[in-house]
Design a protein around this ligand. Structure first.
Ligand SMILES: Nc1ncnc2c1ncn2[C@@H]1O[C@H](COP(=O)(O)OP(=O)(O)OP(=O)(O)O)[C@@H](O)[C@H]1O
Length: 307
């Protein structure tokens, strides 16, 4: 077998994908591929085409032109049932039936016996930290809890790909963090595709980002690329006098610029192997001047990379 043939095909391959609603072109010749185990972020302004892309990947909509191949199969192929799951933005549960009843039903749809389906409902609810809600009806749960139950539903049958459309939208910080922790903990087993308007959330969870605007794929970036090296981002709690000139004076800082209110992008120079790590030099300066910072991260923020 040649080396080329032995390389595994991408998990998802999208080629020249277009989708029109009447004369409105919602997606315009979008092409990308996703490898297994690389959580991917889908970003774009309202109306950009993200939900349309989700629906096409799930097979809920048919492309106007172009192709989508998932694990070697066309999107919508019956053999993908159970291998790919999606949380729509407006996921709803039937108010008449208990959570256990509904999740068990979905598990049975995947071919499990009633007993195994009940176990699967319990397993997935445990994953989202809601095992004690089995007997509850949807209306007895908060919005955040219902969202987590909907995520549990996507995990039924251990799918390989899970698409979460705005999974943390409208959640309080604690529920949102639970969802993020869950995604992070399952990312080695499941390839997540996440859409969100929270860029800091996506940059923490994803290794790649697709930026869609007016139906076109404008950027496809690897968030762990080497381009990130050589930059630090620091967010200060408030504005401090002389912050910029004093930071610029740190030996290994080549350049510093304000990117947002109290947020600064630092370009590092060639750091000599003998000198202290630059982040430590920066933190010492903050300490010396009693400047409070809220975050110091390697690389540029996703927002600064996209816009
Ligand atoms: N079923 C439909 N019929 C007609 N037009 C549609 C339909 N679904 C989406 N559109 C249009 O396609 C475009 C893309 O919509 P889509 O919902 O995919 O955007 P989005 O990026 O998910 O937006 P948001 O961030 O607001 O959820 C929009 O102009 C929308 O009005």
């Amino acid at each position: 077998m040649s080396l080329l043939n032995s390389q595994s095909a991408p998990l998802i391959q999208v080629d020249n994908l277009s989708k029109s609603f009447g004369d409105h072109l919602a997606l315009d010749k979008v092409s990308f591929s996703i490898e297994k185990g690389q959580p991917i972020a889908l970003v774009g302004p309202n109306g950009a085409g993200k939900t349309t892309l989700f629906s096409l990947l799930c097979g809920y909509l048919l492309p106007s032109s172009g192709t989508i191949t998932i694990a070697g199969l066309r999107a919508g192929d019956g053999n993908l049932f159970g291998r790919l799951a999606a949380l729509p933005q407006d996921a709803q549960f039937d108010p008449r039936f208990s959570i256990a009843h509904q999740l068990t039903f979905y598990a049975q749809l995947q071919g499990l016996t009633r007993k195994n389906a009940q176990k699967e409902a319990h397993r997935t609810l445990e994953l989202v930290g809601l095992a004690d809600t089995l007997k509850a009806k949807p209306d007895e749960l908060s919005h955040g809890m219902r969202k987590r139950v909907a995520i549990a539903q996507t995990l039924i049958g251990s799918p390989e790909i899970v698409m979460l459309d705005e999974a943390t939208a409208g959640l309080d910080p604690i529920n949102a963090r639970e969802v993020r922790q869950l995604v992070a903990s399952l990312s080695s087993e499941i390839t997540f595709i996440l859409s969100s308007h929270d860029l800091s959330e996506l940059e923490r969870l994803c290794s790649q980002v697709l930026y869609i605007e007016k139906g076109q794929l404008k950027q496809h970036q690897n968030l762990q690329s080497e381009e990130q090296q050589g930059f630090l981002t620091i967010r200060m709690r408030k504005a401090y006098d002389n912050f910029l000139p004093l930071m610029a004076g740190v030996a290994d800082v080549q350049h510093i610029e304000q990117t947002q209110n109290n947020e600064f992008l630092i370009t590092t120079g060639l750091v000599s192997p003998d000198s202290e790590p630059l982040d430590l030099q920066i933190l010492k300066l903050c300490h010396q001047h009693k400047w409070q910072y809220s975050q110091l991260t390697n690389g540029k923020t996703l927002e600064n990379r996209l816009f």
